[in-house]
Design a protein around this ligand. Structure first.
Ligand code: UDP
Ligand code: MG
Length: 326
């Protein structure tokens, strides 16, 4: 076990576990998270580091993290140049993890550190990915739980790589998986999908998800909707095909309508169907075309984003440990 004052040998060797914690305005939570990790790891043999990524917080998160780092050399702080979003912050942390495996953790203590020994035991038993699956989601509204439920089911229906239902980013990723993730060049990183896409021997353990310890979630419904859209569009081209099927459907319908008109004219000599049918046809086709254009636009926007090839995140500083606080 590496202790805070561990000898040079322990410091120079890479740790076994890297915890990766994206932090956005989490000043009240990070210290509690650190205390819980230390408590759990006290009874665990593995060496560890905790990489905290400050994702452009506007409160005192950075100062709190730096104080923790100065107290304990196992804490490492990466300060991003602005708020890049959770997926980017997580990517930054995973890129810099030195451990034989990494475990992303939410700073708000919704992912209980007490699960870590169980994840590690599965990894030691030979699994390369160990997912933590939520049995319950306390403290989340019915609407959020229902929309999450629907999302997972819809996603898995249309994506070629299914993502495990009800698992967030809380999981154990071994070194080969981390190396594989680093090879994926995409900018829009829907991590849950990427984790599943890389494959590897996977198992899961279940846990009860606690409510947020303190502070507010930054995921509004609008943000969740965009996130869901990102996930679906990055992992499926089914929406592009919808346009073709709609086109076929509309053609068949209009052919039937033409037949009906022909029969009406021949039998009853009533060739003019009038204004309402015309309006319905125009509006319906207009709607279908706009929808199809919109879907193509969504994909095109993403192609444009990827084409620009900007980095996923920018690091302002890999904060160095200062000994002045000791
Ligand atoms: N987070 C982040 N950048 C953001 C938003 C969130 O790094 O722009 C972090 C946040 O600090 C927390 C984790 O991502 O550690 C999960 O965020 P949150 O608890 O708000 O999401 P929820 O649990 O409601 O899905
Ligand atoms: Mg949370």
């Amino acid at each position: 076990m590496n202790t805070e004052s561990g000898g040079t040998l322990a410091i120079d060797l890479p740790p076994v576990l890297s915890f990766v914690v994206p932090c956005y305005n989490e000043e009240t939570n990070v210290r509690a998270l650190y205390d819980r990790i230390v408590a759990v790891m006290g009874s665990c043999e593995e060496t560890w580091e905790c990489i905290c990524v400050n994702d452009g917080s506007r409160d005192d998160t950075l100062a709190t993290l730096v104080a923790l780092q100065n107290k304990d050399r196992r804490v490492r702080v990466i300060d991003l140049s602005r708020n890049f979003g959770k997926e980017a912050a997580l990517t930054a942390g995973l890129d810099h993890a030195k451990g034989a495996c990494a475990i992303p953790l939410d700073a708000d203590l919704q992912d209980p550190p007490e699960m870590i020994p169980e994840l590690v035991a599965r990894w030691r038993a030979g699994y390369e990915v160990v997912n933590a699956v939520r049995l319950s989601r306390e403290g989340e509204s019915l609407l959020k739980r229902a929309s999450a439920h629907l999302f997972y089911r819809f996603f898995n229906r249309i994506s070629k790589v299914p993502i495990p239902k009800d698992s967030g980013d809380f999981r154990l990723l071994s070194r080969p998986v981390l190396d594989a993730l680093r090879q994926l060049p995409e900018r829009r990183r829907f991590m849950k999908g990427l984790f599943a896409w890389v494959g590897f021997r996977t198992t899961s353990v279940s846990y009860h998800r606690a409510p947020r310890q303190a502070g507010q979630t930054t995921w509004s419904y609008v943000r969740l909707w965009r996130f869901a859209l990102d996930g679906i569009l990055s992992f499926s081209d089914a929406p592009l095909r919808v346009a073709s099927y709609l086109g076929i459907g509309v053609s068949v319908l209009s052919f039937l309508y033409a037949l009906d008109l022909l029969v009406q004219t021949l039998l009853f000599g009533n060739p003019v169907k009038g204004y309402p049918s015309l309006m319905v046809a125009i509006l319906f086709l207009g709607g279908v075309q706009l929808l199809a254009l919109g879907v193509i636009g969504e994909y095109l926007g993403r192609v444009y984003d990827e084409g620009k090839a900007r980095p996923v995140y920018i690091i302002r500083e890999m904060v160095q440990r200062s000994n002045t606080d000791l």
